[in-house]
Design a protein around this ligand. Sequence first.
Ligand code: ADP
Ligand code: MG
Length: 608
Amino acid sequence: MMDVIRQLPDHVANQIAAGEVVQRPASVVKELLENAVDAGATDIQLIVKDAGKTHVQVIDNGVGMTQTDVRMAFERHATSKIKDAADLFQLTTKGFRGEALASIAAVAHVRCLTRMNEDAAAHSLHIEGGKVVDFGQEAHPVGTSIEVKNLFYNIPARRQFLKSDSVELNHITDEFQRVALAHTDVAFRFYHNNTMLFHLHPGSLKQRIIGIFGKKIDDKLVPVDETTEHVRFTGFTGKPDAAKKRRGEQFFFVNNRFIRYQKMHYAVMRAYEDLLPQGTYPPYFIFINVDPATIDVNIHPTKTEIQFNDENMIFSVLASAVKHSLGKHNVAPSLDFEVGHAFTLPSMPKEVVPQQPTIKVNKDYNPFANANPAGGSPSMAASFTGRERDKNIDGWESLMVPDAQVPETKHPNLWQDEEESTSEAIYVLANKYIVQMQSDGIRLIHPRRAHERILYESLMKTMHASTAPSQQLLFPQSVQLSLAERQRLEPWLPVLVSVGFDVDVDVDNNIQFFGLPVHISESSIPNIVEELLRDVSESDQIDETRFQRTLIKNLAKNGALRNVAGLSEPELQSLVRDLLRCDEPQLSLHGKPIMHNLRIDELEKIFQ
Ligand code: ADP
Ligand code: MG
């Protein structure tokens, strides 16, 4: 029998390898830009034609290459950046595989000009399909220019696979932005078909972000800065009102390398939970600095994924860093909501000396910990007193949670001086709004949103308590499930129990309710089941914390007041008091305003 195994010729092996590194013009852009940065350039030009299909060129003023190096650079596994495997854990450069130039040269026409400071002229190298066709000298400034023409000219199938110019140009822009954001000390110019798309000057991160996304983003960001023993987070994250339906302004950089990291995105989104309308994403530009020895970048050829030794620690610090920043800045009365006036903080009684508002942020807060967070942040728990519960007013006791089962929090909060002022006159306007007189104006409240918020925060807290209060039903209720629905829902039953449901599924696939969380009425059971089924089927990414939050949101929605008409004055007062004790009394679960203070000086303006 004839031997059949043979070594592939280099140019074929390179073409195959190229498939991994070079998927589209944007991959070429990324590799060339990163090489320019690695070469220490302070000024980089990207010149693209026809969305990179015919021409991608990067010109830098970096160190350049020697005559031997420029020839070596296009060989596979030729790199100046690492010498052995140990260096992989001390990486300070973008590149390290030594594959990019060889891969690009295997599938395009490449011309490279490179000159070092000490050389009088540049070395010029011409490669087509991986073969050197010309090598010489030419006049050129110090630095390197690499021009990549006719990408995939020798792989028609790949060429056909390319998308429209606008799609390919978007990919290129993405790559350009990622490199430009990570290197704010480098000047960048980006031309497409002879039009300059970006001209970025060296400067701060904020200036770079504005240079890329425009001036309008300027006042929509709050700084993030958190340092622990092992990791440092810096950068900016968007105020809730900067969130958009479209993704695209979310960036993570680990040791200045852009990375994609879905789990890390979830960590950030957790910090925004309850602040954003569903399906919207805030912009963020978060830089993570860790000891290179604790990450492994050697995972994917395009290097946008990395692995941390201790990712859970990183996630929880990240979530609390973002929460911390939002907490610090949300109290600023400059949130720009759809209402005409800017929010103002609830007024203080006259005799109280005004103080700079502060918010207590628990730095140890760990959103991933299931246990009741020690310390806790300011809480509404104290408002659920026996006094209120005893009133036992129809349809209203739902607000009350037995004292013993609510974690005790004694932290002073922003609103503590308000306690007395809530006994000021209170009215219901148009069966829709609560109006409360204040010493210096009028407070308007959207009661349904307020009640949702109160229920939500109370449920979140009872969930963390060891036993969640539950009201037993006289007649158990059941809802028929299909087998598939049962299988989907069953794993989540313990979570239902953790918020106060007493449930089980019987042999006939009936989900049976023996008890409900205190404020939930029997009539909302079918709704709740339907929403649960939707939540568990909508996403396969769903984790426990997320499920709990969605569940609690749904419960709050189902349990909240529909109507304030029948409420007595003390009930209204108590609602307002409970709201003011919430961690987030200003914003509804969907990011809409809950209250608005109209101060006397604003009224005076109206009557001028
Ligand atoms: P890697 O970046 O992984 O080392 P590349 O194939 O991208 O691999 O580049 C190979 C080598 O060519 C680099 O290690 C570097 O020494 C050299 N090189 C590439 N681009 C430049 C440039 N713009 N300026 C100077 N040297 C460069
Ligand atoms: Mg490289």
